[in-house]
Design a protein around this ligand. Sequence first.
Ligand code: PAF
Length: 256
Amino acid sequence: MKLLESIEALKSWQASVSVSTTGFVPTMGALHAGHLSLIEHSRADCQATVVSIYVNPTQFNNPNDLANYPNTLEEDLRQLRVAGVDAVFLPDYNLLYPDGFRYQVEETVFSHELCGEQRPGHFTGVLTVVMKLLNLVKPDRAYFGEKDYQQLSLVRGMVEAFFLDTEIVGCPIVREEDGLAMSSRNLNLTVADRSHAPRFSRILASACGDSEAVQQLQSDGFKVDYVRTIDGRRFGAVLMGSEERPVRLIDNVRVG
Ligand code: PAF
């Protein structure tokens, strides 16, 4: 597995391998079974798989959230080797943002809804970094999890709007045995919050309507950001943890 820490290293690796299809899994590290399933999909579809690990500061609107984002690089690299990944791209801020984030990719409608309402600028950070990564890695396919459904749909829209040559593949949510959607942020849950957290997806799935879900989540002790159903899919976000160590959980389930 090649570790690529510069654009030159990425380009010379690309020139040295002659593969018919490249799959790409962008990540912020702290890998879990959800990421590994994206890698499995890529390995099944493509001749080579590239993973990027980069905690993108421009998509964090809460400095505490960025500061507390888990970093497990050595363990991540071990898992990626075992998973049979061909190359890992490890850029840093100067490499990805030579412009200091003066140039941005903004979607003006859906990015302001759901997660975008409480996290202004979040999706501009996501779309900008994904655009940069797709332009550098030039994959045939890029794999995104359906847990971040809004992100998946905005990335798809961006690829269409800018005529990019990458197919965006959405992969099903991977859940813990108790139903909690896998997320790197789960590592930051206290033991008590971790055992309570699965109630979130259960209530999202079982409530009769969105306002009933909000009510049940609140009486269960969750701080609710939003619950909203769009086209038969109920989206939700809740906050757990403390102000200094907030843990934001998002999820979505099919309803009705
Ligand atoms: O889903 C994520 O981990 C991030 O938003 C992504 C797509 C890697 C962009 O930083």
